[in-house]
Design a protein around this ligand. Structure first.
Ligand code: TXE
Length: 515
Protein backbone atom coordinates (compact mmCIF):
# COMPACT_ATOMS: atom_id res chain seq x y z
CA UNK A 1 0.00 0.00 0.00
CA UNK A 2 1.82 3.02 -1.27
CA UNK A 3 -0.17 5.54 0.75
CA UNK A 4 1.98 7.14 3.40
CA UNK A 5 -0.33 5.97 6.12
CA UNK A 6 -1.64 2.57 6.88
CA UNK A 7 -4.52 3.73 9.02
CA UNK A 8 -6.17 0.88 10.75
CA UNK A 9 -9.48 1.78 12.34
CA UNK A 10 -7.96 2.84 15.63
CA UNK A 11 -4.28 3.53 14.91
CA UNK A 12 -2.31 6.08 12.88
CA UNK A 13 0.86 4.58 11.45
CA UNK A 14 3.00 7.45 10.15
CA UNK A 15 5.83 6.94 7.65
CA UNK A 16 8.61 9.21 6.44
CA UNK A 17 7.46 10.39 2.97
CA UNK A 18 10.94 9.96 1.52
CA UNK A 19 12.26 6.79 3.10
CA UNK A 20 8.92 5.06 3.61
CA UNK A 21 10.14 4.03 7.06
CA UNK A 22 7.49 3.78 9.77
CA UNK A 23 8.25 6.60 12.22
CA UNK A 24 5.28 6.55 14.53
CA UNK A 25 2.16 4.77 15.63
CA UNK A 26 -0.54 6.80 17.37
CA UNK A 27 -4.08 6.21 18.58
CA UNK A 28 -6.98 7.55 16.57
CA UNK A 29 -8.64 9.05 19.60
CA UNK A 30 -12.34 8.52 20.12
CA UNK A 31 -14.89 11.16 21.03
CA UNK A 32 -14.78 9.88 24.63
CA UNK A 33 -11.00 10.29 24.80
CA UNK A 34 -11.24 13.77 23.25
CA UNK A 35 -13.94 14.76 25.74
CA UNK A 36 -11.66 13.72 28.61
CA UNK A 37 -8.89 15.95 27.21
CA UNK A 38 -11.31 18.88 27.11
CA UNK A 39 -12.30 18.32 30.76
CA UNK A 40 -8.64 18.27 31.86
CA UNK A 41 -7.88 21.36 29.77
CA UNK A 42 -10.85 23.21 31.25
CA UNK A 43 -9.64 22.52 34.81
CA UNK A 44 -6.19 23.86 33.96
CA UNK A 45 -7.69 26.87 32.25
CA UNK A 46 -9.58 27.89 35.38
CA UNK A 47 -6.19 28.28 37.08
CA UNK A 48 -4.33 29.73 34.08
CA UNK A 49 -6.90 32.47 33.49
CA UNK A 50 -6.38 33.75 37.06
CA UNK A 51 -2.69 34.31 36.45
CA UNK A 52 -1.65 37.80 35.41
CA UNK A 53 -1.01 38.94 31.86
CA UNK A 54 2.58 39.46 32.98
CA UNK A 55 2.83 35.82 33.97
CA UNK A 56 1.51 34.72 30.59
CA UNK A 57 4.03 36.99 28.87
CA UNK A 58 6.81 35.41 30.92
CA UNK A 59 5.69 31.95 29.82
CA UNK A 60 5.69 33.07 26.19
CA UNK A 61 9.23 34.36 26.54
CA UNK A 62 10.20 30.95 27.93
CA UNK A 63 8.45 29.31 24.98
CA UNK A 64 10.53 31.39 22.57
CA UNK A 65 13.74 30.29 24.29
CA UNK A 66 12.66 26.64 24.26
CA UNK A 67 11.89 26.78 20.54
CA UNK A 68 15.27 28.35 19.86
CA UNK A 69 17.15 25.86 22.07
CA UNK A 70 15.44 22.87 20.41
CA UNK A 71 15.21 24.26 16.88
CA UNK A 72 17.30 21.51 15.30
CA UNK A 73 15.27 18.76 16.97
CA UNK A 74 12.03 20.48 15.89
CA UNK A 75 13.27 20.88 12.30
CA UNK A 76 14.36 17.25 12.10
CA UNK A 77 10.96 16.13 13.40
CA UNK A 78 9.18 18.28 10.80
CA UNK A 79 11.42 16.90 8.06
CA UNK A 80 10.85 13.30 9.06
CA UNK A 81 7.08 13.71 8.78
CA UNK A 82 6.80 16.07 5.80
CA UNK A 83 9.85 15.45 3.58
CA UNK A 84 10.71 19.19 3.62
CA UNK A 85 14.28 20.43 3.13
CA UNK A 86 16.03 21.49 6.35
CA UNK A 87 15.91 25.22 5.59
CA UNK A 88 12.12 25.16 5.24
CA UNK A 89 11.71 23.11 8.40
CA UNK A 90 13.99 25.48 10.34
CA UNK A 91 11.99 28.46 9.03
CA UNK A 92 9.02 27.12 10.99
CA UNK A 93 10.98 27.57 14.22
CA UNK A 94 11.73 31.18 13.22
CA UNK A 95 8.00 31.78 12.84
CA UNK A 96 7.36 30.11 16.20
CA UNK A 97 9.89 32.37 17.91
CA UNK A 98 8.54 35.47 16.13
CA UNK A 99 5.01 34.65 17.29
CA UNK A 100 6.00 33.97 20.90
CA UNK A 101 8.03 37.19 21.06
CA UNK A 102 5.24 39.28 19.56
CA UNK A 103 2.60 37.82 21.89
CA UNK A 104 4.79 38.28 24.98
CA UNK A 105 5.32 41.91 24.03
CA UNK A 106 1.78 42.83 22.97
CA UNK A 107 -0.64 40.68 24.98
CA UNK A 108 -0.27 42.57 28.30
CA UNK A 109 -1.25 45.82 26.62
CA UNK A 110 -3.79 44.65 24.07
CA UNK A 111 -5.68 42.40 26.50
CA UNK A 112 -5.71 44.84 29.42
CA UNK A 113 -9.25 46.15 30.20
CA UNK A 114 -9.88 49.45 28.42
CA UNK A 115 -11.91 52.41 29.64
CA UNK A 116 -14.93 53.40 27.56
CA UNK A 117 -16.94 56.65 27.38
CA UNK A 118 -20.29 56.29 29.24
CA UNK A 119 -21.91 58.49 26.59
CA UNK A 120 -25.24 59.93 27.78
CA UNK A 121 -24.88 58.03 31.07
CA UNK A 122 -22.38 60.45 32.53
CA UNK A 123 -23.12 59.19 36.05
CA UNK A 124 -21.92 55.73 35.04
CA UNK A 125 -18.43 54.24 34.44
CA UNK A 126 -17.93 51.98 31.38
CA UNK A 127 -15.09 49.70 30.30
CA UNK A 128 -14.32 46.61 28.19
CA UNK A 129 -12.79 43.52 29.78
CA UNK A 130 -11.16 40.90 27.51
CA UNK A 131 -11.95 37.45 28.81
CA UNK A 132 -10.67 34.11 27.48
CA UNK A 133 -13.08 31.80 25.71
CA UNK A 134 -12.10 28.86 27.90
CA UNK A 135 -10.92 25.86 25.85
CA UNK A 136 -9.87 26.29 22.22
CA UNK A 137 -10.08 23.29 19.87
CA UNK A 138 -7.29 23.65 17.29
CA UNK A 139 -7.17 21.50 14.16
CA UNK A 140 -4.02 21.94 12.09
CA UNK A 141 -2.65 20.66 8.76
CA UNK A 142 0.54 18.93 7.61
CA UNK A 143 2.09 21.65 5.48
CA UNK A 144 3.50 23.87 8.25
CA UNK A 145 2.85 21.54 11.17
CA UNK A 146 4.95 23.38 13.75
CA UNK A 147 4.49 27.02 12.73
CA UNK A 148 0.70 26.74 12.47
CA UNK A 149 0.29 24.66 15.64
CA UNK A 150 2.62 26.88 17.66
CA UNK A 151 0.90 30.01 16.39
CA UNK A 152 -2.50 28.88 17.62
CA UNK A 153 -1.07 27.48 20.88
CA UNK A 154 0.80 30.71 21.64
CA UNK A 155 -2.16 32.95 20.86
CA UNK A 156 -4.58 30.78 22.83
CA UNK A 157 -2.49 30.75 26.00
CA UNK A 158 -1.62 34.44 25.66
CA UNK A 159 -5.37 35.10 25.70
CA UNK A 160 -5.83 32.99 28.85
CA UNK A 161 -7.29 29.89 27.19
CA UNK A 162 -6.46 26.22 27.35
CA UNK A 163 -6.17 24.37 24.07
CA UNK A 164 -6.72 20.87 22.70
CA UNK A 165 -4.58 20.48 19.57
CA UNK A 166 -5.48 17.94 16.90
CA UNK A 167 -2.54 17.95 14.47
CA UNK A 168 -2.76 16.41 11.01
CA UNK A 169 -2.65 12.62 10.85
CA UNK A 170 0.52 13.08 8.76
CA UNK A 171 2.40 15.09 11.40
CA UNK A 172 1.45 13.99 14.92
CA UNK A 173 5.03 13.95 16.26
CA UNK A 174 5.47 17.61 15.33
CA UNK A 175 2.20 18.44 17.07
CA UNK A 176 3.30 16.46 20.10
CA UNK A 177 6.56 18.42 20.24
CA UNK A 178 4.70 21.74 20.08
CA UNK A 179 2.45 20.63 22.96
CA UNK A 180 5.45 19.46 24.99
CA UNK A 181 7.23 22.81 24.59
CA UNK A 182 4.10 24.71 25.61
CA UNK A 183 3.65 22.53 28.71
CA UNK A 184 7.27 23.19 29.74
CA UNK A 185 6.97 26.92 29.08
CA UNK A 186 3.72 27.33 31.05
CA UNK A 187 4.53 24.81 33.78
CA UNK A 188 0.98 23.51 33.33
CA UNK A 189 0.95 20.11 31.64
CA UNK A 190 -2.82 20.02 31.24
CA UNK A 191 -3.21 23.48 29.71
CA UNK A 192 -2.26 22.27 26.23
CA UNK A 193 -3.58 18.83 25.33
CA UNK A 194 -2.80 16.65 22.31
CA UNK A 195 -5.50 14.74 20.47
CA UNK A 196 -4.01 12.38 17.90
CA UNK A 197 -6.06 11.05 15.03
CA UNK A 198 -7.47 11.86 11.62
CA UNK A 199 -10.56 13.69 10.45
CA UNK A 200 -12.70 11.55 12.73
CA UNK A 201 -10.84 12.83 15.81
CA UNK A 202 -11.04 16.34 14.40
CA UNK A 203 -14.80 15.95 14.03
CA UNK A 204 -15.01 14.68 17.62
CA UNK A 205 -13.12 17.76 18.82
CA UNK A 206 -15.58 20.06 17.04
CA UNK A 207 -18.44 18.34 18.90
CA UNK A 208 -16.64 18.01 22.24
CA UNK A 209 -17.96 21.19 23.84
CA UNK A 210 -14.89 23.36 23.28
CA UNK A 211 -15.57 27.09 23.31
CA UNK A 212 -14.03 27.97 19.92
CA UNK A 213 -12.54 26.06 17.00
CA UNK A 214 -9.43 27.26 15.17
CA UNK A 215 -9.19 25.27 11.92
CA UNK A 216 -6.47 25.39 9.28
CA UNK A 217 -6.79 23.11 6.30
CA UNK A 218 -8.64 22.61 3.08
CA UNK A 219 -11.76 24.51 2.17
CA UNK A 220 -13.68 21.25 1.89
CA UNK A 221 -12.84 20.14 5.42
CA UNK A 222 -13.28 23.67 6.73
CA UNK A 223 -16.86 23.68 5.46
CA UNK A 224 -17.52 20.39 7.27
CA UNK A 225 -16.08 21.85 10.47
CA UNK A 226 -18.28 24.94 10.16
CA UNK A 227 -21.36 22.82 9.50
CA UNK A 228 -20.72 20.68 12.58
CA UNK A 229 -19.87 23.69 14.77
CA UNK A 230 -23.11 25.36 13.70
CA UNK A 231 -25.09 22.64 15.48
CA UNK A 232 -23.71 23.82 18.86
CA UNK A 233 -23.18 27.44 17.78
CA UNK A 234 -19.46 27.01 18.46
CA UNK A 235 -17.57 29.95 16.92
CA UNK A 236 -14.86 29.09 14.38
CA UNK A 237 -11.85 30.70 12.74
CA UNK A 238 -11.19 29.15 9.32
CA UNK A 239 -7.77 29.42 7.63
CA UNK A 240 -8.39 27.59 4.39
CA UNK A 241 -6.94 27.10 0.94
CA UNK A 242 -5.65 29.63 -1.53
CA UNK A 243 -5.15 30.23 -5.24
CA UNK A 244 -2.85 33.20 -4.95
CA UNK A 245 -2.18 35.42 -7.95
CA UNK A 246 0.81 37.58 -8.74
CA UNK A 247 0.39 40.51 -11.13
CA UNK A 248 3.47 41.50 -13.15
CA UNK A 249 3.20 45.04 -14.54
CA UNK A 250 4.97 46.42 -17.59
CA UNK A 251 7.46 48.40 -15.51
CA UNK A 252 8.36 45.51 -13.16
CA UNK A 253 11.96 44.49 -12.52
CA UNK A 254 11.50 41.24 -14.46
CA UNK A 255 14.55 39.44 -13.13
CA UNK A 256 13.36 40.14 -9.59
CA UNK A 257 9.76 39.24 -10.41
CA UNK A 258 10.83 35.95 -11.98
CA UNK A 259 13.02 35.09 -9.02
CA UNK A 260 10.16 35.92 -6.65
CA UNK A 261 7.68 33.95 -8.73
CA UNK A 262 9.78 30.78 -8.71
CA UNK A 263 10.38 31.03 -4.97
CA UNK A 264 6.76 31.85 -4.07
CA UNK A 265 5.36 29.08 -6.26
CA UNK A 266 7.80 26.37 -5.22
CA UNK A 267 8.78 27.12 -1.62
CA UNK A 268 7.54 24.29 0.60
CA UNK A 269 7.23 22.28 -2.61
CA UNK A 270 4.28 24.55 -3.40
CA UNK A 271 2.40 23.17 -0.39
CA UNK A 272 1.82 26.60 1.07
CA UNK A 273 -1.66 28.07 1.34
CA UNK A 274 -0.37 31.43 0.09
CA UNK A 275 1.91 30.07 -2.62
CA UNK A 276 1.70 31.78 -6.01
CA UNK A 277 -0.57 29.53 -8.07
CA UNK A 278 -1.34 31.99 -10.90
CA UNK A 279 0.95 34.55 -12.58
CA UNK A 280 -0.78 37.23 -14.66
CA UNK A 281 1.77 39.09 -16.79
CA UNK A 282 1.00 42.07 -19.02
CA UNK A 283 1.56 41.46 -22.69
CA UNK A 284 4.57 43.72 -23.32
CA UNK A 285 6.78 41.90 -20.81
CA UNK A 286 5.26 38.43 -20.94
CA UNK A 287 7.83 36.70 -23.18
CA UNK A 288 10.81 38.11 -21.31
CA UNK A 289 9.29 37.20 -17.95
CA UNK A 290 8.59 33.60 -19.04
CA UNK A 291 12.17 33.27 -20.28
CA UNK A 292 13.55 34.44 -16.93
CA UNK A 293 11.24 32.09 -15.02
CA UNK A 294 12.21 29.00 -17.05
CA UNK A 295 15.92 29.72 -16.65
CA UNK A 296 15.54 30.15 -12.89
CA UNK A 297 13.14 27.24 -12.34
CA UNK A 298 15.53 24.95 -14.23
CA UNK A 299 18.00 25.52 -11.40
CA UNK A 300 15.55 24.50 -8.65
CA UNK A 301 16.57 21.06 -7.43
CA UNK A 302 13.93 18.82 -5.88
CA UNK A 303 15.53 15.93 -3.99
CA UNK A 304 16.60 14.70 -0.58
CA UNK A 305 20.21 15.83 -1.03
CA UNK A 306 21.49 18.65 1.22
CA UNK A 307 21.83 21.04 -1.74
CA UNK A 308 18.22 20.56 -2.84
CA UNK A 309 16.01 23.66 -2.62
CA UNK A 310 12.71 21.77 -2.32
CA UNK A 311 11.78 18.38 -0.92
CA UNK A 312 9.04 15.83 -1.36
CA UNK A 313 5.29 16.30 -1.49
CA UNK A 314 3.54 14.97 1.61
CA UNK A 315 2.09 11.80 0.14
CA UNK A 316 0.84 10.02 -2.94
CA UNK A 317 -2.54 11.79 -2.82
CA UNK A 318 -0.82 15.17 -3.12
CA UNK A 319 1.48 14.08 -5.95
CA UNK A 320 -1.53 12.64 -7.78
CA UNK A 321 -3.43 15.91 -7.29
CA UNK A 322 -0.58 17.95 -8.76
CA UNK A 323 -0.10 15.54 -11.67
CA UNK A 324 -3.82 15.59 -12.46
CA UNK A 325 -3.89 19.41 -12.61
CA UNK A 326 -0.91 19.48 -15.00
CA UNK A 327 -2.39 16.68 -17.15
CA UNK A 328 -5.74 18.45 -17.35
CA UNK A 329 -3.95 21.63 -18.50
CA UNK A 330 -2.00 19.71 -21.16
CA UNK A 331 -5.15 18.03 -22.43
CA UNK A 332 -6.79 21.43 -22.78
CA UNK A 333 -3.97 22.99 -24.78
CA UNK A 334 -1.47 24.29 -22.25
CA UNK A 335 2.27 23.97 -22.92
CA UNK A 336 4.54 22.60 -20.19
CA UNK A 337 7.85 24.43 -20.66
CA UNK A 338 9.57 22.69 -17.74
CA UNK A 339 8.91 19.64 -15.55
CA UNK A 340 5.37 18.35 -15.63
CA UNK A 341 6.26 14.93 -14.25
CA UNK A 342 6.84 13.06 -11.00
CA UNK A 343 10.53 12.42 -10.29
CA UNK A 344 11.67 8.86 -10.20
CA UNK A 345 13.25 8.68 -6.78
CA UNK A 346 12.09 7.50 -3.34
CA UNK A 347 9.37 9.73 -1.98
CA UNK A 348 6.77 11.88 -3.67
CA UNK A 349 8.99 14.26 -5.62
CA UNK A 350 7.57 16.29 -8.45
CA UNK A 351 9.66 18.26 -10.94
CA UNK A 352 9.54 22.06 -10.69
CA UNK A 353 7.03 22.88 -13.39
CA UNK A 354 6.25 25.92 -15.57
CA UNK A 355 3.07 25.92 -17.65
CA UNK A 356 2.01 28.51 -20.26
CA UNK A 357 -0.88 28.98 -22.70
CA UNK A 358 -3.19 28.35 -19.79
CA UNK A 359 -6.79 29.52 -19.54
CA UNK A 360 -9.53 29.49 -16.92
CA UNK A 361 -11.15 26.42 -18.37
CA UNK A 362 -8.31 24.46 -16.77
CA UNK A 363 -8.33 23.12 -13.20
CA UNK A 364 -4.81 24.44 -12.71
CA UNK A 365 -6.12 28.02 -12.93
CA UNK A 366 -9.08 27.54 -10.61
CA UNK A 367 -8.47 24.98 -7.87
CA UNK A 368 -5.68 24.76 -5.30
CA UNK A 369 -2.90 22.67 -6.85
CA UNK A 370 -0.56 22.77 -3.85
CA UNK A 371 2.58 21.70 -5.71
CA UNK A 372 5.78 23.13 -7.30
CA UNK A 373 3.88 24.37 -10.35
CA UNK A 374 3.73 27.88 -11.86
CA UNK A 375 1.07 28.59 -14.52
CA UNK A 376 1.74 31.89 -16.33
CA UNK A 377 -0.94 33.75 -18.27
CA UNK A 378 -0.62 36.69 -20.65
CA UNK A 379 -3.02 39.55 -19.96
CA UNK A 380 -3.74 42.70 -21.96
CA UNK A 381 -3.25 45.06 -19.04
CA UNK A 382 -3.42 45.51 -15.27
CA UNK A 383 -7.21 45.84 -15.32
CA UNK A 384 -7.57 42.39 -16.83
CA UNK A 385 -5.11 41.04 -14.26
CA UNK A 386 -7.15 42.54 -11.41
CA UNK A 387 -10.41 41.17 -12.83
CA UNK A 388 -8.98 37.66 -13.20
CA UNK A 389 -7.37 37.77 -9.76
CA UNK A 390 -10.69 38.71 -8.18
CA UNK A 391 -12.57 36.24 -10.36
CA UNK A 392 -11.46 33.26 -8.28
CA UNK A 393 -13.43 32.26 -5.13
CA UNK A 394 -10.22 32.04 -3.06
CA UNK A 395 -8.77 35.23 -1.59
CA UNK A 396 -5.72 34.69 0.62
CA UNK A 397 -2.63 36.64 -0.57
CA UNK A 398 -1.89 38.45 -3.81
CA UNK A 399 1.18 40.36 -4.99
CA UNK A 400 1.86 43.24 -7.36
CA UNK A 401 5.21 43.57 -9.12
CA UNK A 402 6.04 47.05 -10.35
CA UNK A 403 8.59 49.82 -9.88
CA UNK A 404 5.85 52.39 -9.25
CA UNK A 405 4.56 52.69 -5.71
CA UNK A 406 1.44 54.53 -6.92
CA UNK A 407 0.64 51.79 -9.39
CA UNK A 408 1.26 49.13 -6.74
CA UNK A 409 -1.08 50.86 -4.29
CA UNK A 410 -3.75 51.46 -6.93
CA UNK A 411 -3.80 47.79 -7.92
CA UNK A 412 -3.42 46.44 -4.37
CA UNK A 413 -6.43 48.48 -3.27
CA UNK A 414 -8.59 46.67 -5.84
CA UNK A 415 -7.67 43.13 -4.83
CA UNK A 416 -10.24 41.10 -2.88
CA UNK A 417 -7.79 39.22 -0.65
CA UNK A 418 -6.62 38.95 2.95
CA UNK A 419 -3.11 40.29 2.25
CA UNK A 420 -1.25 42.09 -0.52
CA UNK A 421 2.52 42.15 -0.88
CA UNK A 422 4.41 44.45 -3.24
CA UNK A 423 7.40 42.96 -5.11
CA UNK A 424 7.39 39.84 -2.97
CA UNK A 425 4.86 37.24 -1.84
CA UNK A 426 3.77 35.16 1.20
CA UNK A 427 6.23 36.81 3.63
CA UNK A 428 3.31 38.49 5.43
CA UNK A 429 2.73 35.20 7.26
CA UNK A 430 6.10 35.56 8.99
CA UNK A 431 5.39 39.14 10.13
CA UNK A 432 3.90 38.50 13.56
CA UNK A 433 2.26 41.93 13.85
CA UNK A 434 0.16 41.38 10.71
CA UNK A 435 -3.20 39.59 10.85
CA UNK A 436 -3.31 36.51 8.62
CA UNK A 437 -6.43 35.12 6.97
CA UNK A 438 -8.48 35.19 3.83
CA UNK A 439 -11.78 36.06 2.21
CA UNK A 440 -14.22 33.89 0.28
CA UNK A 441 -13.14 30.24 0.04
CA UNK A 442 -9.92 31.08 1.90
CA UNK A 443 -11.92 31.40 5.10
CA UNK A 444 -12.60 34.09 7.69
CA UNK A 445 -11.33 35.27 11.04
CA UNK A 446 -7.72 36.14 11.64
CA UNK A 447 -4.69 34.68 13.39
CA UNK A 448 -1.49 36.64 14.16
CA UNK A 449 -1.33 40.35 14.80
CA UNK A 450 -3.51 42.22 17.26
CA UNK A 451 -6.56 41.06 15.32
CA UNK A 452 -5.51 37.44 15.80
CA UNK A 453 -4.99 37.96 19.51
CA UNK A 454 -8.45 39.47 19.85
CA UNK A 455 -9.95 36.45 18.02
CA UNK A 456 -9.15 34.39 21.10
CA UNK A 457 -10.82 36.57 23.73
CA UNK A 458 -14.39 37.64 24.32
CA UNK A 459 -14.86 41.38 24.92
CA UNK A 460 -17.19 41.91 27.90
CA UNK A 461 -18.89 45.32 28.29
CA UNK A 462 -18.81 46.46 31.91
CA UNK A 463 -20.94 49.31 33.35
CA UNK A 464 -20.90 50.45 36.98
CA UNK A 465 -22.78 53.15 38.90
CA UNK A 466 -20.64 56.08 39.98
CA UNK A 467 -23.42 58.22 41.45
CA UNK A 468 -26.51 56.38 42.64
CA UNK A 469 -29.82 58.21 42.72
CA UNK A 470 -33.03 56.92 44.28
CA UNK A 471 -34.03 55.83 40.87
CA UNK A 472 -32.64 56.28 37.40
CA UNK A 473 -33.97 59.07 35.19
CA UNK A 474 -34.69 56.63 32.37
CA UNK A 475 -36.73 54.29 34.58
CA UNK A 476 -40.53 54.37 34.69
CA UNK A 477 -42.22 57.34 36.35
CA UNK A 478 -45.85 56.88 37.21
CA UNK A 479 -48.17 58.76 34.89
CA UNK A 480 -45.43 59.54 32.37
CA UNK A 481 -44.35 57.90 29.11
CA UNK A 482 -40.86 59.43 29.44
CA UNK A 483 -41.34 61.85 26.55
CA UNK A 484 -40.24 64.93 28.54
CA UNK A 485 -37.07 63.32 29.93
CA UNK A 486 -36.10 61.78 26.59
CA UNK A 487 -36.79 65.01 24.70
CA UNK A 488 -34.59 66.96 27.14
CA UNK A 489 -31.86 64.34 26.87
CA UNK A 490 -31.98 64.51 23.04
CA UNK A 491 -31.63 68.31 23.06
CA UNK A 492 -28.96 68.25 25.77
CA UNK A 493 -26.84 65.74 23.88
CA UNK A 494 -27.51 66.62 20.25
CA UNK A 495 -29.51 69.87 20.06
CA UNK A 496 -28.50 73.14 18.37
CA UNK A 497 -27.19 76.14 20.30
CA UNK A 498 -25.26 75.90 23.59
CA UNK A 499 -27.86 77.74 25.65
CA UNK A 500 -30.69 75.47 24.52
CA UNK A 501 -28.55 72.43 25.26
CA UNK A 502 -27.56 73.78 28.68
CA UNK A 503 -31.19 74.50 29.57
CA UNK A 504 -32.19 70.99 28.49
CA UNK A 505 -29.31 69.52 30.50
CA UNK A 506 -30.44 71.37 33.62
CA UNK A 507 -33.95 69.97 33.14
CA UNK A 508 -32.49 66.45 32.87
CA UNK A 509 -30.48 66.91 36.10
CA UNK A 510 -33.50 68.40 37.88
CA UNK A 511 -35.54 65.44 36.77
CA UNK A 512 -32.93 63.07 38.18
CA UNK A 513 -32.79 64.87 41.54
CA UNK A 514 -36.44 65.55 42.15
CA UNK A 515 -37.72 62.02 41.34
O1 TXE B 1 -6.42 18.58 4.43
P1 TXE B 1 -7.62 18.53 5.45
P2 TXE B 1 -5.60 17.36 3.84
C1 TXE B 1 -5.39 21.44 0.97
C2 TXE B 1 -4.43 20.94 -0.07
C3 TXE B 1 -4.50 19.45 0.12
C4 TXE B 1 -5.93 19.23 0.55
C5 TXE B 1 -6.12 17.96 1.36
O2 TXE B 1 -4.91 21.30 -1.34
O3 TXE B 1 -4.28 18.77 -1.09
O4 TXE B 1 -6.23 20.34 1.36
O5 TXE B 1 -5.17 17.97 2.45
C6 TXE B 1 -8.58 17.57 9.86
N1 TXE B 1 -13.63 17.62 10.93
N2 TXE B 1 -4.71 21.92 2.14
O6 TXE B 1 -6.48 16.18 3.61
O7 TXE B 1 -8.53 17.39 5.20
C7 TXE B 1 -7.44 16.69 9.44
O8 TXE B 1 -7.32 15.58 10.28
C8 TXE B 1 -12.57 18.06 11.65
C9 TXE B 1 -4.51 23.34 2.26
O9 TXE B 1 -4.44 17.18 4.75
O10 TXE B 1 -8.17 19.87 5.43
C10 TXE B 1 -6.26 17.66 9.57
O11 TXE B 1 -5.84 17.74 10.92
N3 TXE B 1 -11.29 17.95 11.25
C11 TXE B 1 -4.27 23.76 3.67
C12 TXE B 1 -6.86 18.98 9.13
O12 TXE B 1 -8.27 18.82 9.28
C13 TXE B 1 -11.05 17.41 10.03
C14 TXE B 1 -3.31 22.88 4.38
C15 TXE B 1 -6.53 19.35 7.69
O13 TXE B 1 -6.91 18.28 6.89
C16 TXE B 1 -12.09 16.93 9.22
C17 TXE B 1 -3.63 21.48 4.20
C18 TXE B 1 -13.43 17.06 9.71
N4 TXE B 1 -14.48 16.64 9.00
C19 TXE B 1 -4.30 21.04 3.07
N5 TXE B 1 -11.53 16.45 8.07
C20 TXE B 1 -3.78 25.19 3.75
N6 TXE B 1 -4.49 26.07 3.07
O14 TXE B 1 -2.79 25.48 4.38
C21 TXE B 1 -10.20 16.61 8.19
N7 TXE B 1 -9.90 17.19 9.36
Amino acid sequence: MEAQQKNRRDRLVVTNPITGAEIGDYPVMSSGEVAALVVAAREAQAEWSQLSLGHRAKSLRSLRRLIYDRADEIADTIRSETGKVKGEALAETVIGCEMATFLARKAPRVLRARGASPGAFTHRSARVVYEPFGVIGAITPWNYPFAISMSVIGTSIAAGNAIVLKPSEYTPATGMLAVELAAEATGMGDLVQLATGDGRTGAALVESGVDKIAFTGSTASGAKVMEAAARSLTPVVLELGGKDAMIVCGDADLERAARGAVWSAMYGCGQTCMAVERAYVVDEVYDEFVEHVVQLARRVRASDEPEAMIGSLIADFQRDRVASHVEDARNKGARVLLGGRALDEPGYFYAPTVVVDVDHGMTIMNEETFGPVLPIMRVADEDEAVRLTNGNPFGLDASVWTRSRDRARRIAGQLNVGAVVVNDHLINYAIADLPFGGVGHSGFGRVHGLEGLREFVRPKAWVEDRLAFGQEPHWFVEGSNGEEFTGNLLTFRHGRGPLRRLAAGLRVVRGMITR
